[in-house]
Design a protein around this ligand. Sequence first.
Ligand SMILES: Cc1cc2nc3c(=O)[nH]c(=O)nc-3n(C[C@H](O)[C@H](O)[C@H](O)COP(=O)(O)OP(=O)(O)OC[C@H]3O[C@@H](n4cnc5c(N)ncnc54)[C@H](O)[C@@H]3O)c2cc1C
Length: 389
Amino acid sequence: MEQRYDCLIVGAGMAGAVAARELAEQGGQKVLVLERRNHVGGNMYDRFDERGVLIHQYGPHIFHTNSKRVFDYLSRFTRWRLYEHQVVANIPDGEGRLEYPVPFNLVSLRTAFPPEQAEKLEEKLVAAYGREKKVTILQLRQAPDPELAALADYVYDHVFVRYTMKQWGQTPEEIDPATTARVPVFLSEDCRYFQDEYQGMPLEGYTPLFLSLLDHPNITVELNTDAGQRLRLEGEQVLLDGEAFSGTVIYTGAADELFACRYGRLPYRTLDFAFESYPVDFWQSHGTVNYTVDRDYTRITEFKYLTGQDLPGTTTIMKEYSRAYTGAAGEVPYYAVINGESNALYARYKALADRIPNFHLLGRLAEYKYYNMDAIAARALELCDSLLK
Ligand SMILES: Cc1cc2nc3c(=O)[nH]c(=O)nc-3n(C[C@H](O)[C@H](O)[C@H](O)COP(=O)(O)OP(=O)(O)OC[C@H]3O[C@@H](n4cnc5c(N)ncnc54)[C@H](O)[C@@H]3O)c2cc1C
C-alpha cells in the first residue's frame, strides 16, 4: 500500500509543531502529527477559564530569546505583546513580609538591609566587580572581605536554598555544589528576570500561535491519540497502523515510555497547580512571586500581568507545588532530574532509538533535557535543516 504520509511526528508541542511546519512547508512533505492530549501546544497551551481569564494550564510561560532566527520565525505566526517579566522573592520579615527582586540585585540589597549597611555593601560590591555585572555567590564567598562573604550566605539562605529544596525535593547536602556556586547577584537596578534581546507574549496567546503554526494543507493533526495506539516498534522497524513505515519519525514524547520503560523510569519532578480566582483587579505585586523561605508552594503566578488582559474586577492566580513524578495516570513529567545515574539510563534508551532508521528524538522529554521554548524551536529548525539538505 502506498504510504499516505512522508513523516510522522509524535507530540504537538513546540518541538513537534515547528518540525511539522518546516517539513510540510519547506520540504513539501505530508506530515501526520499525533497528540495524546485534547489540544495542541504541549506545555505552552493556554485557555480562558470560567471567569474569562487567559491562563497557562501547565505553568507560566514567557517568551524570551536572543535568537533572531527563532524570533523572526515565530513572528510569522503571532504578533507580540511587549512584556518583560519581573519576579520577586516574598519572605517573612519580623511580623510582616518583605518582597524584593530575584535574581538578587541592588534594589534587593536596598530592600533587605538598613540603608547605611546597604550603601556600604553596594560600594564594596561595585568597587570589587563593577556595575551591571553578575557575580556568583561562590565568588562572593571567596572574597577577602567578610561582609561580602556574609552577603553570599544571606542570598543562599533567603533566596536559594529552601526554594531549591522545595523545587527538587532535596536536602541542602544533596544540592549540587556547582548549582549553588552559580547563584547570581546582579550588580544592577535592572529588575527584569530575563535580559534577552527579544521578550514578550503572543498577543492572542500561545494556543492561537500553535493553531497558526499547524495550519498547513500538508499537516494533519490527530488529537486524543496516543502514539501507542498507532505506532509500534518491531525491532528496528516502525509500524504505523500495522504497516511498515519507512518515512521520517520525529518523536517528542518521553524516551523511556517509547520502550515501555524496559530499563526503568527516568526520574522527573512533576507539579501540582492550584488555580484560585479573586474579585479584584490584581491580587499580588508582580507576575510571579517566589516563596523562597516558607510556604509549601514554590511560587504564585498571576496571569493578567503576563498577558496584559484588560479584565477589571477579576483575576486568577496559580500556586505551584513540586513533587516527585511517579508515572501515575494524569501526572505530567515536567523537569528531568538530571544526574550521572539518570543520564546513563537515558543513554541506554537513546541507544535503542538510534538503531531505528530515520527516527529522531526531539524535545525536552525525548532528549531528557531542560529546554526553554526558544531553544527547542531552534533545535527543531536545525533538525529540519539537516533532514531537508
Ligand atoms: C512549569 C514550566 C514553565 C516553563 N516556563 C517557560 C518560560 O517561561 N519560557 C520558556 O521559554 N520555556 C519555559 N518552559 C519550557 C517549555 O515548556 C518547553 O521548552 C517546551 O514546552 C518544550 O516543548 P516540547 O515540544 O519539547 O515539549 P512539550 O511541550 O511537553 O510537548 C510534548 C507533547 O508531546 C505529547 N506527547 C508525549 N507523548 C506522547 C505520545 N506517546 N503520544 C502522543 N503525544 C505525546 C505531549 O502530550 C505534549 O503535548 C517551562 C516549562 C515548565 C515545565
